[in-house]
Design a protein around this ligand. Structure first.
Ligand code: ATP
Ligand code: MG
Length: 319
């Protein structure tokens, strides 16, 4: 059991693989025998889809087991349920809390006032990360499939705003405790990106924003990386424009293949080469930002449970 629960926040531009990476990281830690809570805060049910289980309720459910006694629990944090839970806990408003629903107050708090929504979501993550069974923390690690890069700093920092509003009292203390956890040595904000210009720029901007808000940046995870498939000599010939259609056609025919495919094959090779160059230049840009990088390959058969195990192995380097 950990001395204190680790918090891994996984952000990134939309569609770059946040949910996939968060799940793979959960599997990786469970593979090391850890008890992990994987939670999502965007109401997308992405985790349930990925693990092929029914939609997650507002309740921690075990969805996978790892080697050496490791386990992955999952939770879809719903701001309305979190608010009712909060009211029940702090004001003992069990049924009365539900009555607020009738007056649209819950709706107001969770959708109309977006800051309140983020306070509730981060509050629940804090609760899970600080929960204890006896004198041990319930989870070794909490992993959050988080909002995208453009919103992450504001999201994680929302309790600093609350602390600025509430000068004293229990709300101030709670807000301070959450910010203390967010900025602690047990928290990491990992950024997932693909090796393309726009997402890489967004990643660099995201790192700068997180850093200026004193939030701890973890690894940069390069996802959907296309492995090089050409031999060095083919690459050189393509680059020099010296790969002739006739010789490729001859090689195809020699292998019993359709020689008419030669021009398309050469064009495909050139496009692949161009992509590799682009990947290399974007990787160099990220290298210069000084954060540790981890690469995950583009898996051509999509992401199923087996693929998650494969990706999990590559994430073992994370703390
Ligand atoms: N390494 C990979 N190889 C192949 N497919 C991948 C890989 N990583 C992610 N995908 C696929 O890419 C798509 C987007 O991934 P994912 O849902 O994890 O991204 P996301 O950042 O969570 O997206 P959103 O912003 O919509 O929440 C999914 O279909 C997923 O299966
Ligand atoms: Mg997602």
């Amino acid at each position: 059991m950990a001395l204190s629960t680790q918090l891994h926040v996984v952000t990134g531009k939309g569609g770059t693989g946040k949910t996939t990476v968060a799940a793979a990281l959960a599997m990786s830690l469970a593979g090391q025998g850890k008890k992990v809570l994987l939670c999502e805060v965007e109401g997308r049910q992405g985790i349930a889809q990925l693990f092929d289980v029914p939609p997650l309720p507002y309740e921690e459910r075990r969805i996978a087991v790892g080697l050496g006694g490791g386990e992955v629990f999952a939770l879809a944090i719903d701001p309305e349920a979190a608010l009712l839970e909060y009211l029940a806990m702090y004001y003992r408003l069990g049924r009365a809390g539900k009555a607020l629903d009738k007056f649209g107050i819950i709706d107001f708090a969770t959708t109309i006032a977006p800051g309140v929504r983020d306070v509730l979501l981060t509050g629940k993550v804090y609760e899970a990360a600080r929960r204890k069974d006896g004198n041990r923390f319930t989870y070794d690690a909490v992993i959050m499939d988080a909002p995208p890069t453009g919103r992450i700093t504001r999201f994680l920092n929302v309790n600093a705003e609350v602390a600025g509003l509430a000068k004293v009292g229990p709300i101030r203390r709670q807000a301070d405790s959450i910010m203390e956890m967010m900025r602690s040595a047990q928290t990491w904000v990992h950024l997932v990106t693909v090796l393309e210009e726009m997402p890489v720029q967004e990643t660099i901007d995201g790192i700068a924003e997180l850093t200026s808000a004193r939030l701890p940046v973890g690894h940069v995870i390069l996802n959907l990386v296309r492995p090089p498939v050409l031999t060095a000599s083919t690459r050189d010939a393509l680059a020099a424009g010296s790969l002739k259609t006739a010789s490729v056609a001859k090689a195809l025919a020699g292998a019993g293949l359709d020689e008419a495919a030669a021009p398309a094959l050469i064009a495909g090779g050139a496009a692949h080469l161009e992509r590799q160059r682009l990947q290399d230049s974007q990787r160099e840009i990220l290298d210069a930002c000084g954060r540790p990088l981890v690469e995950l390959p583009l898996l051509t058969d999509g992401v199923d449970l087996g693929a998650l195990f494969e990706l999990a192995e590559r994430l073992e380097a994370l703390p």
